[in-house]
Design a protein around this ligand. Structure first.
Ligand SMILES: Cc1cc2nc3c(=O)[nH]c(=O)nc-3n(C[C@H](O)[C@H](O)[C@H](O)COP(=O)(O)OP(=O)(O)OC[C@H]3O[C@@H](n4cnc5c(N)ncnc54)[C@H](O)[C@@H]3O)c2cc1C
Length: 385
């Protein structure tokens, strides 16, 4: 089916990005994979390419656009090449919407130019060892000092993408206890400088997939956060999270669809080259049927992902629609990548083959940003159930 989401500018960007990935990422990707992290300097290259400033207003050094289409191209092109850009995805997809929505003029002038140049990489810390799906149960606290100049932050976060390299992290913390009527009341957001005293990056976590993304534990012991780094209003954090989760979920949906599409590309090539019983694997009817079924699923996921992209750009993507797109695209990707791996035989289980890495990388899409089960609860609630 003809796609209508991308214009000439997006296609020109795609060409530039494809060449960049070939030159700057593919040759060193095995090293990054073995190290389990992308070098910090690489983020300056992404900044030079303009990736961090696309949606930042011009007065703060960005391109002044309001669109997620360039991010969509990035998801397709990284998946196509079987690589990732480490933990940098959260910088633009997750953190930027909060800065744009909540930061005061003074904060924007302080944060955004360094955001665009890659001098300050951002991450977001919601999840805690004791609470993930049930965010209202978070225990990290931020107490206003008596002189009213700063908050004192105490607690711990886990699974924080970009947590090792981050220079500033949006930390969700309790500034007031929950009320009897509303467990979600009392959470606030802070743009915490990771160089602050008492802020510690713990283990870089050893993951099944997404090996190049730095996922970390963080701990806060009496960290002084200046009141100037409170984002938005005190105690309104849960409401802000609710506003921004649809764009995060769209990003995961789009990334998953792009991985499934890439899986078919790798597999089509593999089954034509690999010979068994004197014939290419592609010769068997089972191979053709499997890939045809996968293609039909990816076509449907592409339509959903593209439509969600248009809705997001128009400011119309509802929480339930985002949940539905995430649920569908990530479940399709799970099925498709598994079937594609099967067609590789034992080689599909080897990390030197991109399908193996895609399989491991894709698994988390049904978990982070809210699990598939949580997506179902959101959709069911929207259905009035
Ligand atoms: C690689 C990776 C990167 C991540 N990056 C970040 C990040 O940058 N920032 C951040 O804040 N967090 C991040 N996370 C955390 C992620 O969002 C959470 O892991 C996720 O929300 C699930 O929370 P949990 O792990 O505590 O699982 P739990 O909440 O303990 O869930 C366990 C199981 O219970 C199910 N369950 C929970 N509630 C319900 C319910 N109401 N009905 C039915 N079933 C339910 C879940 O679906 C799941 O199957 C990351 C996680 C991973 C693995």
């Amino acid at each position: 089916m003809r796609r209508t989401v991308f214009n000439e500018d997006h296609e020109a960007f795609r060409e530039t990005l494809r060449a960049f990935i070939e030159a700057e990422v593919v040759p060193v990707y095995d090293e990054w994979f073995a190290e389990g992290i992308v070098p910090r300097e690489f983020y300056y290259k992404l900044a030079e390419l303009g990736l961090f400033g696309i949606n930042v207003p011009e007065e703060y050094g960005g391109a002044g656009l309001e669109t997620h289409k360039f991010e969509a191209v990035q998801y397709e092109e990284t998946a196509r090449a079987g690589v990732t850009f480490g933990g940098s995805g959260v910088h633009v997809l997750l953190a930027l919407p909060y800065i744009k929505m909540l930061a005061t003029e003074e904060q924007k002038r302080r944060y955004l130019p360094k955001f665009v140049s890659g001098e300050e990489m951002w991450a977001i810390a919601m999840t805690e060892p004791g609470t993930g799906s049930d965010l209202a149960g978070m225990k990290t606290t931020a107490k206003l000092s008596e002189d009213g100049t700063h908050y004192v932050l105490n607690g711990a976060k886990t699974f924080i993408t970009g947590g090792v390299h981050a220079d500033r992290v949006i930390v969700c913390a309790r500034t007031s206890p929950p009320t009897a009527e509303d467990r979600r009341h009392g959470i606030s957001l802070f743009a915490v400088d990771t160089k602050s005293e008492g802020y510690t990056v713990g283990r870089k976590l050893d993951k099944l997939g997404l090996r190049t993304s730095d996922t970390a534990e963080l701990s806060f012991v009496d960290v002084k956060v200046p009141v100037e780094d409170l984002l938005g209003e005190e105690n309104q954090g849960f409401y802000y999270l609710g506003k921004n989760l649809p764009s995060e979920r769209w990003g995961i949906a789009y990334g998953a669809y792009a991985q499934a599409k890439a899986a078919i590309r790798f597999t089509k090539q593999y089954v034509q080259e690999r010979t068994v019983f004197g014939k290419p694997v592609a010769h068997f009817q089972n191979t053709k049927f499997e890939l045809a079924a996968c293609q039909a699923e990816v076509d449907a996921a592409e339509a959903v992902a593209d439509r969600a992209l248009e809705a997001l750009d128009a400011g119309e993507l509802t929480p339930a629609e985002a949940a539905s797109a995430k649920l569908f695209c990530t479940e399709v990707a799970h099925r498709v990548i598994d079937r594609c791996l099967q067609l590789h035989g034992g080689y599909g289980y080897m990390n030197e083959y991109p399908i193996a890495r895609l399989y491991a990388d894709n698994r988390v899409n049904r978990i982070y940003g809210g699990t598939s089960e949580i997506m179902k609860t959101i959709i069911a609630k929207d259905m009035g159930l």
